[in-house]
Design a protein around this ligand. Structure first.
Ligand code: ZN
Length: 322
C-alpha cells in the first residue's frame, strides 16, 4: 500500500505542465472571446462556450503525440535578424522560397498556422459543419493566443540564452494564475479585418517588440530578490510542484506594468475578430439553424488518444518548463 502511494506521488510529480499560455489563460481567452461576437453569432457560440473553453488547450495536448505540432505554436523571429524582421517574408510561399520549409519548421510557423486554420474555418462555416466549426474555433483561438505571447517569438523562449531559465512558464502561466483576477479583459465588440495574414502578423510583431522588455525586467527582479527566495514548493491539487515564489512573481508582475493583461486582452480581441471575419467571409450562414452535434465518433477517439499521450507526458519537440 505504501509502495503504491509512493508510486502515485512520483507519477503526480512528473505530470506535465501547460505550454503556451497556461491552460487557464488559454481557456479564459477562448471563453471571453465569445462575448465579443455580434448577435447573429453569439447564441451559437454561447451555447458551446464550455466546449470552446475546454478545448482551448487541445493544441498543446497534441504536442505529446505529434512531432509536427510544436512548430505551430511559435516563430523564433530573432533567428532571422532584428525587428521588424524583413528577412522573413510574410507570405508562406515566399517565405518557403527564401528560407526553405525545413528552416521554417525548425523555427516555427505560428502566423501561417493561424492563416491556414482561418481558411479551414471559413470552409466549415460554408459547409455548416458544426463539429468542424467548433473544433477549428477552439484551435485557432489557441494558436492566436500563443502568437500574443512575447516569448513565442524568440529563440530565447525560456531565457536559456541569458541565464533566465524558467521565464517562459513564469510569464505565461504563473503570472496569469496569480494575478488574472485583477485583469480587466473586456475588449468591446469584435472588429473584422481585410486580410487574415496581415492581422496575425500585426499580433506576432507586437509580441516580438516586447521580448527585450520582458527579459530585461525579469533580470531586474532576479537581482532585486535574494536567490533563496526565488522558488517555493506548492501543492497543486494532489501534486507538489516547484513554482516561482509569490513575492518574486509579484515583483516581476509589477515591473511589467500591465503587459500580461494587455497581451491577454489583445488575444481575446483577435480571437473574436478571426471567428467573426471567417463567418463574414463564409457569407454569414445562419448559425441558429445548425446541428447541435459537437463531436463525431472519429473525433472523440482522436481526442481520447491525444489525452492518453498527454497524460504519459512524452512531449515531442520543444520543452518549456524548468
Ligand atoms: Zn500552444
Amino acid at each position: 500500500m505504501k509502495k503504491l502511494a509512493l508510486i502515485t506521488i512520483i507519477l503526480l510529480l512528473v505530470q506535465p505542465e501547460g505550454h503556451g499560455w497556461g491552460f487557464r489563460a488559454h481557456q479564459r481567452i477562448n471563453r471571453i472571446a465569445v462575448y465579443t461576437l455580434p448577435g447573429e453569432m453569439f447564441g451559437f457560440y454561447k451555447s458551446h462556450i464550455d466546449y470552446l473553453t475546454e478545448h482551448a488547450v487541445d493544441a498543446d495536448k497534441r504536442r505529446y503525440g505529434s512531432k509536427d505540432e510544436a512548430a505551430r505554436h511559435y516563430i523564433d523571429l530573432d533567428h532571422f535578424g532584428v525587428y521588424p524582421f524583413e528577412a522573413v517574408p510574410r507570405n508562406w510561399k515566399k517565405a518557403v522560397e527564401r528560407l526553405s520549409e525545413d528552416t521554417l519548421q525548425a523555427y516555427g510557423i505560428v502566423p501561417w498556422q493561424v492563416e491556414r486554420m482561418y481558411y479551414q474555418l471559413v470552409k466549415a462555416f460554408k459547409e455548416k459543419n458544426t463539429p468542424a466549426i467548433l473544433r477549428l474555433s477552439a484551435d485557432i483561438g489557441h494558436y492566436i493566443a500563443d502568437a500574443h505571447v512575447p516569448l513565442h517569438t524568440t529563440e530565447n523562449y525560456n531565457g536559456q540564452l541569458t541565464g533566465q531559465h524558467g521565464i517562459h512558464g513564469l510569464l505565461e502561466s504563473r503570472l496569469p494564475e496569480l494575478f488574472d483576477t485583477e485583469y480587466d479583459l473586456v475588449t468591446g465588440k469584435a472588429k473584422p479585418f481585410d486580410k487574415p495574414l496581415d492581422r496575425i502578423w500585426t499580433a506576432v510583431l507586437s509580441s516580438a517588440a516586447a521580448v527585450d522588455c520582458v527579459l530585461y525586467l525579469e533580470r531586474q527582479t532576479r537581482e532585486a530578490i535574494p536567490v533563496d527566495r526565488h522558488y517555493v514548493y506548492e501543492q497543486k491539487g494532489s501534486r507538489t510542484v516547484k513554482a516561482y515564489a509569490v513575492e518574486y512573481a509579484g515583483d516581476y508582475h509589477k515591473r511589467l506594468h500591465g503587459l500580461i493583461e494587455i497581451r491577454m486582452r489583445d488575444a481575446i480581441a483577435c480571437v473574436g475578430a478571426f471567428w467573426y471575419t471567417a463567418w463574414l467571409d463564409a457569407g454569414q450562414p445562419d448559425l441558429d439553424q445548425l446541428e447541435k452535434t459537437v463531436l463525431d465518433e472519429t473525433e472523440k477517439q482522436k481526442l481520447a488518444e491525444e489525452e492518453k499521450l498527454y497524460r504519459k507526458g512524452v512531449i515531442q519537440g520543444r520543452e518549456e518548463s524548468y
